[in-house]
Design a protein around this ligand. Structure first.
Ligand SMILES: [Mg+2]
Length: 484
């Protein structure tokens, strides 16, 4: 949701006052479980999305972390490190209840609270300089309010002149932290950190920096904007310079403004075949799905346009009840609109032989970190699986596999290729295994098709139509505030 002050949130001018607070709940899911089950407190605990020998821990308690258990670790590996670890499956509704309560506590101090994920939020105190003399006192009070409602829940709070540095502050003290970063002490803090301690700096970025002789966060902060532009190849470097020098880049999520579109023009011959038109719609949705998975984005709006040879056009836009990434779902919304229009105007089909171009546009993006709210209901596995399938394609260099599958003319094959099965399919163990562990179970990495994609018909002949994929970004944007 857009706040009225979005326009002012990101700013090119440095603001030196530490008036941004970042709140990050510690070991959130595990602590929520320990809150509700006192018998689990003080014990190593792993939270799972489902129970099974291959399950992976999506959150570990402080006690389990102390034994070396990490998020994403498989149960078998956890048992080696921590034989006494207890497990519990997720209770999304409970985590959301606590999230809402915590956000309400934050909003009782500041009306500009921006949730960043189910367990993180930014509070913008720039309008409160006259109200609070000392934000560390406010932070203590927030911790006390949370503890009064949920005595086992702890959070780390960072206070700084911008969102990025405030988030850095939450990472400096592990549990129940409170760190304030100011222009006076920033160098002292950065001097103790490694490049990868900065949110948004992982292997690739670290290598880039090192190649240019920048080996520490401190050196990075004291590099000029011009140097960082060179390192990161453009405006992204400018953003890094601002982050480390008190400019605001991250408070307002620019992803909201972006659009992605996929469009395809077809030959006269192709448009004679309704099935081909249907396949192209699937192909366009799949393209967008692929881009969203890679970008870690879900969209809230989808638009679709059909252009005809006489230059007339039919278009529709759908605001979806919840953010979507799945190609089949996108297509479902579009098809519903098409069917409704056809019915209410007694048209046999909008996909008529005069069709010359199809375009699908998605926008109003939500980061997948924020999506955790609803994902946990029943979509988490499906969304995780989709991500893994794309990773597998990258690993095996089979980048065309989805496209080929989705362009086949037999509907059940298409469904297989893009839907990646439903949640139910993933629990089915016999026959076609469709769960997120298939990478490890596959002994011959040369044959990924056998696991996920079954080709039932030969691929279509080479295409003659041109296909255009565009991604219009408006102002350039980067999504650095996220855990990697
Ligand atoms: Mg956290």
């Amino acid at each position: 949701m857009k706040h009225s002050s979005d326009y002012f949130r990101n700013s090119t001018t440095a603001k030196l006052e530490p008036l941004v607070m970042y709140v990050d709940m510690n070991c959130y899911f595990a602590s929520c479980e320990q809150q509700r089950h006192p018998e689990l407190r003080g014990k190593p605990l792993g939270v799972l999305t489902y129970d099974g020998p291959n399950a992976a821990v999506i959150a570990a308690s402080v006690e389990a972390k102390a034994m070396g258990v990490k998020t994403g670790m498989r149960l078998g590996d956890c048992r080696v490190l921590c034989p006494d670890m207890l497990t519990i499956t997720t209770h999304p509704a409970w985590y959301r209840t606590i999230h809402v309560d915590v956000m309400n506590i934050l909003r009782s101090y500041c009306d500009d609270v921006i949730p960043r994920s189910i367990d993180e939020a930014v509070c913008n105190f720039h309008s409160y300089a006259l109200v609070y003399k000392d934000l560390t006192e406010v932070a203590q009070q927030i911790k006390a309010d949370i503890a009064a409602k949920y005595d086992y829940l702890k959070c780390s709070i960072g206070i700084a002149p911008n969102t990025f540095l405030a988030k850095v502050g939450t990472g400096l003290q592990k549990r129940n932290g409170l760190v304030i970063i100011t222009p006076e002490n920033i160098d002292e803090h950065l001097a103790k950190m490694k490049l990868q301690d900065l949110p948004g700096i992982a292997n690739a970025n670290e290598q880039r920096l090192r190649k240019s002789g920048i080996n520490t966060p401190l050196e990075m902060r004291h590099s000029s904007a011009a140097v960082l532009r060179k390192v990161f190849g453009g405006v992204v470097g400018e953003y890094w310079h601002r982050r480390l020098n008190f400019g605001e880049v991250d408070m307002y999520n620019r992803a909201e403004n972006r659009t992605m579109s996929a469009t395809r023009t077809m030959s006269r011959r192709q448009s004679q075949d309704r099935q081909q038109l249907e396949s192209m719609l699937i192909s366009l949705c799949t393209r967008l799905e692929q881009r969203m998975v890679k970008g870690g984005l879900f969209c809230k709006d989808v638009s679709f346009a059909i252009r005809y040879r006489d230059n007339t056009k039919w278009e529709t836009s759908v605001k979806m009840p919840e953010p979507v990434q799945d190609a089949n779902e996108l297509r479902g919304y579009i098809k519903e609109r098409i069917a409704h229009f056809e019915r209410s105007h007694n048209l046999s089909t909008l996909f008529n032989p005069n069709t010359t171009n199809l375009t699908v546009v998605v926008q109003s993006f939500v980061k997948d970190t924020v999506m955790q709210y609803s994902l946990f209901d029943n979509r988490l596995k499906k969304d995780a699986l989709r991500k893994v399938v794309y990773q597998i394609k990258d690993i095996y260099d089979q980048k065309n596999i989805v496209r080929r599958g989705s362009e086949m003319f037999s509907p059940h094959v298409m469904k297989d290729a893009i839907g990646f099965g439903s949640v139910k399919d993933m629990i089915v163990k016999d026959g076609q295994v469709k769960n997120k562990h298939l990478l490890e179970e596959d002994e011959s990495p040369g044959e990924p098709r056998k696991i996920v994609f079954r080709r039932k018909e030969p691929p279509p002949a080479p295409k003659e139509e041109d296909e255009v994929y565009t991604e219009y970004a408006g102002p350039e944007y980067s999504d650095v505030i996220s855990d990697e």
